[in-house]
Ligand binder design. Structure first.
Ligand SMILES: C[S@@+](CC[C@H](N)C(=O)[O-])C[C@H]1O[C@@H](n2cnc3c(N)ncnc32)[C@H](O)[C@@H]1O
Length: 280
């Protein structure tokens, strides 16, 4: 694999990739409302060819294959792809899915081959997004479509703001970062998404807001949710450098903050995304 996105390759092949593997079931459950929105928009039919961009541990690829499609899941993370391959082998539709270690920006995919390029939160990490979407577009048929979900601004996402404001007083002030730098919120601005896709040659760009309540660590109560949030996502990143004593104080703050969102032993936090579609 070439090194166009080396920082992200390191990120998703390190401890973050390993944590996504060990928390895969929880992540898939948390994302389920947005997976359903993506599936509804795609309306896949048997025998279509699908490329899943940043497929991670393969949940969306497997969902698509179960509908009778032929799926190529591509990702830069070796541990996440290994998990996807392991899980796929146990499914009846295993023969219909191929996983490929590839960077969306530089990967070699067959030209004019896919009916759909889809992604669940896998397209916000490109160093040169226009180049990546040109590469993706080349792989689509002339009738092909692109459909993905990406996060709206962190401030519009209670799963970020509720834990974030609880622990902010305990964290050192961070320097402001470029909101368009590769990362989960780099596609927060719909005008930027539209500009990128149009520059890559896509037309009929549609960007719809969707909100949903996401179950965090189902059945594991507030402590399970705290543990999850301290390991995966922006809160985990913010507290990564803290020593054990400070981490314990942070976790106690999170326990109190998330307690208000617990119903029947499961914490639910709101998520806000853009459902984006475009045509070749
Ligand atoms: C937030 S995770 C989403 C994973 C999966 N789609 C899901 O919903 O569970 C982002 C994924 O994008 C992948 N990714 C990041 N940059 C990429 C790139 N340039 N090419 C392909 N995949 C990439 C990461 O390795 C990671 O698996």
């Amino acid at each position: 694999m070439t090194t166009a996105n080396q920082d992200q390759i390191d990120h998703w092949n390190g401890v973050v990739g390993e944590r996504w593997v060990s928390h895969q079931a929880m992540i898939d459950t948390m994302m389920a409302p947005f997976s359903a929105a993506l599936q509804h928009k795609l309306a896949l039919a048997a025998d279509q060819h699908i490329i899943d961009i940043g497929c991670g541990c393969g949940d969306m690829s497997e969902q698509a294959a179960a509908l009778g499609t032929h799926v190529t899941g591509i990702d830069i993370s070796e541990p996440m792809l290994a998990q996807a391959i392991k899980q796929s082998a146990t499914k009846p539709s295993a023969h219909a899915v191929t996983y490929q270690l590839a960077d969306a920006e530089t990967g070699k995919f067959p030209d004019n081959h896919f009916d759909y390029a889809m992604s669940r939160f896998g397209v916000m990490f490109f160093n040169t997004p226009i180049k990546a979407f040109i590469n993706i577009k080349r792989a689509l048929k002339p009738t092909g479509k692109l459909v993905f979900v990406c996060w709206r601004h962190a401030k519009d996402n209670p799963w970020v703001t509720i834990p974030g404001s609880a622990i902010a007083p305990l964290l050192p002030k961070m320097p402001a970062t470029d909101p368009t730098a590769p990362g989960p919120f780099s596609f927060a601005d719909p005008k930027r998404i539209s500009r990128i896709l149009t520059s890559a040659g896509f037309g009929a760009v549609r960007i719809e807001p969707i909100e949903a309540s996401m179950p965090i660590a189902v059945g594991q109560g507030v402590l399970g949710a705290v543990d999850f949030i301290a390991k995966i996502g922006p809160t985990a990143r913010a507290i990564a450098e803290l020593d054990d004593d400070k981490r314990a104080v942070v976790k106690e703050r999170l326990r109190i903050a998330l307690g208000n969102s617990e119903v029947n032993s499961t914490v639910h936090l709101g998520g806000a995304v853009w459902l984006v579609s475009a045509e070749v």
